[in-house]
Design a protein around this ligand. Structure first.
Ligand SMILES: C[S@@+](CC[C@H](N)C(=O)[O-])C[C@H]1O[C@@H](n2cnc3c(N)ncnc32)[C@H](O)[C@@H]1O
Length: 256
């Protein structure tokens, strides 16, 4: 088994803030909405970087808009992918597993994975409920870890891809994780040209969302067919003192 237990990963030292600071943040050179490697994503794991997710984990589900986002993305997944009580799901960058949990009545089991130990601990606690019998949460870095041998009927992710570096490689790895005939359903921020979505995240090095064209061509290049990309919901954030709505896209592809 290649999954790493949560205890095996040392808890990194956090910076002083969990991600919302006053940093002046302009979109960097990789903000064209394409899939080009934007950064070494683990460079984010310093103060205010990816490790902020561990500290945010305990209260993640209570953050404004989080449940609403998961509800609308789950509805879009339901509409786009055939689900049944035998559907085995793998969620990548799943945090507390909200997206899979929204689909609990329509799927079989789910493995919720994340690179942030705090998220995996919180997910493990939340999954300790009869509704999620047979589910589990595991440490898994989809960019770097050896792939498990098991294949899944459905690989999900929500707002995780834009934190990663080489998206084309990640999509290829996701393709490997999908069983033949199965699907990937990946929700992420639509290209945010002026970087407003992450304006208040100090030292953000990820992607400022993706264009629909980049997602379609990325999934097709990875090997997926019947690729669709549609708006699955919106996130509202205050940017420069004004509420702004950011579209969330759902990209779906089938492994032949
Ligand atoms: C914005 S949060 C979204 C969490 C959850 N999907 C949700 O929408 O509630 C992004 C998540 O992606 C995870 N992540 C980032 N890079 C990752 C990687 N390389 N492998 C696995 N998870 C990753 C982060 O730790 C974080 O929990």
């Amino acid at each position: 088994m290649e999954w790493r237990p949560v205890e095996a990963v040392p808890r990194a030292t956090m910076g002083e803030d969990a991600g919302v600071t006053t940093a002046d943040h302009a979109p960097h050179e990789h903000s064209q909405g394409d899939l080009r490697p934007g950064h070494d994503s683990h460079a984010d794991q310093g103060p205010d970087g990816l490790d902020r997710f561990s500290d945010l984990a305990a209260t993640w589900d209570e953050r404004p808009g989080t449940l609403e986002r998961a509800t609308s993305v789950a509805a879009a997944v339901r509409a786009a992918v055939p689900l049944s009580s035998s559907t085995c799901v793998l969620e990548i960058g799943g945090g507390t597993g909200l997206l899979s949990r929204m689909l609990a009545d329509e799927i079989g089991t789910a493995v919720i994975t994340d690179v942030a130990p705090g998220m995996v601990s919180t997910a493990t606690r939340v999954l300790d409920d009869p509704r999620y019998a047979g589910w589990r949460a595991e440490m898994f870095d989809v960019e770097r870890d050896a792939l498990p041998t098991q294949r899944y009927d459905l690989v999900l992710s929500m707002l995780a891809l834009h934190h990663m570096g080489d998206i084309a490689t990640v999509l290829g790895r996701i393709f490997e994780l999908v069983a033949p005939g199965g699907h990937a359903a990946l929700a992420d921020l639509e290209h945010d040209a002026d970087g407003g979505f992450h304006r208040h995240v100090h030292n953000f090095h990820g992607h400022h969302g993706f264009t629909r064209e980049a997602l379609v061509s990325g999934l097709e290049r990875a090997g997926f067919v019947d690729v669709t990309v549609d708006v699955a919901g919106h996130d509202t954030k205050e940017v420069d003192g004004e509420p702004r709505r950011f579209p969330i896209l759902l990209a779906v592809g089938r492994r032949p």
